[in-house]
Design a binder for this molecule. Structure first.
Ligand SMILES: [Zn+2]
Ligand SMILES: [Zn+2]
Length: 302
């Protein structure tokens, strides 16, 4: 199962070349990153999963979602497993960017300290705290930290929670955050069959339909305060923004891709240059996933 899925991810990377500029430059890196992720998953596949088991009563879950309350699941996982994945991803980064060798060497040392400190189960909050520490100490650049940590966490959540996400009645969910884990989305799509806006959780991969003209972050519905910009002629990747809360997220118009089962996670990583442009335009990521350096962003806030 993992092999065929790995193939789909690799095909999606190739497909992205057709839609976005500059993908060729990051393509070998992205390929190796996903090879490493799938090799990590298959090394661990004799186990039931890496996350603490999540289960809920279907009726209670339905009522909860109807009331507008996310399930807010926050399963724990082993610090050792997470450190192992990040060490492996760190090696892929160095192989592709030898100039980051020193920075990544320091990162590996910090990972060992983190592992020694926790020696057991951790939650995603522990991971984010550790990421912030690395940023404050100048160990990792912001884009690299966001890349490694968001991808690392989503590897744990996305594949383990897939079945749970499928059993959730997301058709009852109208919220702007994830019905399952509560995270705020970073990307979504316009569905090919009807153009509906479907948001996807960057962490656990849950998808849900969200009112097209509504900001997922501040629930604004005033059309004149919202808009989007595109960069490429094909206009697949829309940077959707809201002037009221100043946030942006990316929406991929899959009507223009003409393929089934698009892996939005890959499209997100192939269009990080759009995130930098959104920042230059003065918008912040509603998800909290920052891809631009502080220095590039503070000027905008002045
Ligand atoms: Zn989620
Ligand atoms: Zn807003």
């Amino acid at each position: 199962m993992k092999d065929s899925r790995q193939k789909l991810f690799q095909e999606e990377i190739s497909r992205c070349r057709r839609f976005y500029q500059g993908v060729e430059e990051v393509e070998p890196f992205l390929r190796e990153v996903f090879e490493e992720i799938f090799s990590f998953l298959s090394d661990n596949n004799e186990r039931e999963g890496m996350l603490e088991k999540v289960s809920f009563d279907k009726n209670k879950a339905r009522l909860r979602l109807k009331k507008g309350e996310s399930m807010g699941v926050n399963p724990s996982f082993q610090a050792d497993d997470f450190v192992n994945l990040l060490q492996r991803l760190g090696k892929v980064v160095v192989k592709n960017n030898p100039e980051l060798k020193t920075s990544l060497y320091n990162f590996q040392t910090c990972l060992e300290q983190f592992q020694n400190e926790f020696e057991g189960r951790i939650t995603r909050e522990d991971v984010w705290e550790f990421k912030d520490l690395l940023l404050n100490e100048g160990i990792l650049a912001r884009d690299m930290a966001t890349f490694l940590f968001s991808l690392g966490l989503s590897t744990f959540f996305r594949f383990d929670l897939e079945k749970v996400a499928e059993s959730l009645r997301t058709d009852l969910w109208e919220g702007g955050n994830c019905a399952l884990c509560g995270e705020k989305p970073h990307f979504g799509m316009l569905r090919s069959e009807d153009g509906a806006k479907v948001l996807e959780c960057w962490l656990c991969g849950t998808q849900w339909v969200h009112t097209r003209i509504k900001c997922p972050f501040c629930s604004n519905t005033a059309q004149e305060e919202m808009g989007y910009f595109t960069v490429e002629e094909n206009e697949v990747c829309r940077v959707q923004f809201c002037r009221r809360c100043g946030s942006y997220y990316k929406v991929f118009d899959t009507r223009k891709i003409a393929e089934e089962d698009i892996i939005l996670l890959v499209h997100n990583l192939a269009t990080l240059s759009h995130d930098l442009l959104a920042r230059e335009e003065g918008f912040k990521p509603g998800s909290g996933l920052e891809w631009a350096e502080e220095s590039e962003t503070t000027e905008l806030n002045d």
